[in-house]
Design a protein around this ligand. Structure first.
Ligand SMILES: O=C(O)CCC(=O)C1=CC=C[C@@H](O)[C@@H]1C(=O)O
Ligand SMILES: [Mg+2]
Length: 371
């Protein structure tokens, strides 16, 4: 099936349909209950220093709509489907009450690693961190004057990863390259980083062909390192092709990009792969849906990337979802989703021009889902 514009069609009988707002909520009502906020980040992540999101109060409680700025209406409509599920339909019944969470280390200089790791704890005790995901292969800046040898390049990646290993000798460490490498570069870099003893590598290269080739090249070079597919699922024309092409061992699943918890569960079931739930850099409101997904999975063998509220210096909720002893609690029902604090909502409310941009995006995603 062809991708048209930003559209990944994903019509497949193995997936529940995206949730239509028709009969659930009118456009006017949705706009009335939605507010756009901007949360400052401690460290740049995914090129962002402020994370913008819309928070929306539905009959079940608060929900989040936060497609990244570059996403068009069709891709954003999947995110809105997840918003409608959270705010209007509610979460599926959980199978576990807590979820092991990894700390996430952005592409930073090795000297900053310790401070960032501490932000993923409530008491500063690093020994509670049993798993860490580290960003590697940060895109080189277009302007060479911006190139920072502490952040970019193999040496910087090596120093960052080894600093985590030094601070946390027992932790599971995984790396995420956001498909920035070629197969040759990945074989080299992952071979070097394997000195730290990696649990798996997430999306080192783009596309299924390259992932499958990398998988067999690593095996041939005697590097025993499972690969996890992230973009090859959430950005793919066909989320299930990852299995037929033997491109990955693990599936990374995210609630908003996949269109909701029920659709993410169906993706996991149909791929038959072990799953890791990761955030989309959500606020504590959206993160609750990620926790509900992790709580509802039949099996969960890896720590999930749901600790990223720690990357914000502030959140809209007073009860922030920062891992406690390396774990987060699964909401038993929607009433346990953290509520935005009215003062913080007012403080982080984006100015009028940005409100308009977000309401326009909401309108367009609504139109796609309403058909
Ligand atoms: O998985 C984690 O530890 C944190 C979440 C995370 O890495 C991401 C969140 C949002 C956008 C993505 O570029 C990024 C990812 O690639 O997984
Ligand atoms: Mg990823």
């Amino acid at each position: 099936m062809k991708t048209v514009g930003d559209h990944t069609p994903w019509s497949d009988d193995r997936l529940p349909d995206l949730i239509s707002p028709v009969g659930l909520v009118s456009r006017e009502e949705l706009h009335r209950v939605a507010v756009a906020v901007g949360l400052p980040m401690r460290t740049r992540f995914r090129g962002l220093t402020v994370r913008e999101a819309m928070l929306i109060k539905g009959p079940r409680g608060w929900a989040e709509f936060s497609p990244f700025a570059e996403y068009g209406p069709v891709e954003s409509s999947r995110w809105l489907s997840a918003t409608l599920e959270a705010g209007w339909l509610g979460f599926p019944t959980p199978r576990r009450s807590t979820v092991l969470v990894n700390a996430t280390v952005p592409a930073i200089a090795a000297e900053q690693v310790e401070t960032v790791l501490r932000s993923f704890t409530t008491d500063g005790d690093l020994s509670s961190l049993s798993a860490v995901k580290i960003k590697i292969a940060e895109k080189l800046p277009a302007d060479p004057a911006q190139l920072d040898r502490h952040i970019h390049g193999v040496q910087a990646d090596y120093e960052r990863v080894m600093r985590v290993r030094e601070l946390l000798p027992e932790a599971q460490i995984k790396v995420d390259a956001n498909q920035a490498l070629t197969v040759d570069e990945a074989v080299h870099l992952l071979g070097v980083l394997q000195e730290a003893g990696l649990e798996y590598a997430e999306q080192p290269v783009p596309g299924l062909t390259a992932m499958a080739e990398l998988r067999s090249r690593l095996a041939r070079n005697g590097i025993d390192l499972p690969l996890a597919a992230d973009e090859s699922i959430r950005k793919a024309e066909d989320p299930f092709a990852v299995v037929a092409t033997e491109a990955a061992d693990i599936a990374v699943v995210k609630v908003q990009p996949l269109g909701g918890i029920r659709r993410a569960l169906a993706v996991v079931e149909a791929t038959g792969l072990q799953a890791v739930v990761s955030s989309a850099l959500d606020t504590s409101v959206g993160m609750s849906a990620g926790l509900a997904l992790a709580g509802a999975l039949p099996e969960l063998h890896y720590a999930c990337g749901l600790g990223t509220v720690a990357l914000f210096s502030e959140d809209v909720c007073s009860r922030r979802l920062i891992p406690e002893h390396g774990e987060l609690t699964v909401p038993a029902s929607h009433s346990e989703v953290p509520e935005p604090d009215p003062d913080k909502l007012a403080r982080f409310r984006l100015p009028e021009d940005r409100q308009q941009v977000w309401h326009q995006r909401l309108e367009e995603a609504y139109s796609v889902l309403a058909g």
